[in-house]
Design a protein around this ligand. Sequence first.
Ligand SMILES: NC(=O)C1=CN([C@@H]2O[C@H](COP(=O)(O)OP(=O)(O)OC[C@H]3O[C@@H](n4cnc5c(N)ncnc54)[C@H](O)[C@@H]3O)[C@@H](O)[C@H]2O)[C@@H](O)CC1
Ligand SMILES: [K+]
Length: 208
Amino acid sequence: MIKSLTTKELKELDKFTIQKIGIPSLVLMERASLAIRDITLAQHYDLSKVVIVAGYGNNGGDGLAVARLLKIKGVNVSIINVGNAKHESSEHATQSKICDYYKIPTTSRLASLSSATLVIDAIFGVGIDRPVTGEYLTAIQAINHSATTVSIDVPSGLNSDTGIPLNEAVHADLTIAIAFNKLGFNTNSGKEYTGKVIVADDMGIYYF
Ligand SMILES: NC(=O)C1=CN([C@@H]2O[C@H](COP(=O)(O)OP(=O)(O)OC[C@H]3O[C@@H](n4cnc5c(N)ncnc54)[C@H](O)[C@@H]3O)[C@@H](O)[C@H]2O)[C@@H](O)CC1
Ligand SMILES: [K+]
């Protein structure tokens, strides 16, 4: 059985892998994003218009890397940025610059969601720590009224320890959990939000 971890345990493993073992954060992000791309392609979704909705943390960084990897495979992909660019993580900034090179269309307007055939949700992962409000809430509600949705790591808005939304969460069709399953995904509430769960478990993150 695949082990389910708490957010605290996941963060400790990430930190250990990056700081003690020395595997760079961007290497982990690339491995996660390659797995997310491959799992997404294997589902045979309609990829005629893929929209990635990304926050400015590392979950969003994963989203941007997946955008680039899908674009390289010839998929029609665009990005919607949600949130405050002032809080951008350094990994996100790197991915964003790479996306510019590949000329991936990027906007902060949600309008393109209505014609998406597949939405990839990368607003929040395990970093969520307070209720969802404002433009985040609007974006999550818009995703929930759009197309088939794949959530990266955690359905955005969900507390991955309890499986209960922090005000509102994405209702995913598929959640691709990075490295480990999350404790809250085993609860009845969590299952309503995750949809099917696939654990991308060959990430190189230290396992004790
Ligand atoms: N190198 C790494 O550490 C790796 C991280 N990974 C990804 O990174 C994610 C975690 O990234 P982060 O720790 O950057 O966090 P997130 O990207 O989950 O969250 C981003 C930021 O949102 C802010 N925030 C939290 N709740 C909010 C709210 N309700 N409203 C507005 N802002 C809010 C937080 O301050 C946080 O900095 C994982 O879920 C996974 O997707 C993967 O790329 C694998 C490797
Ligand atoms: K997410």
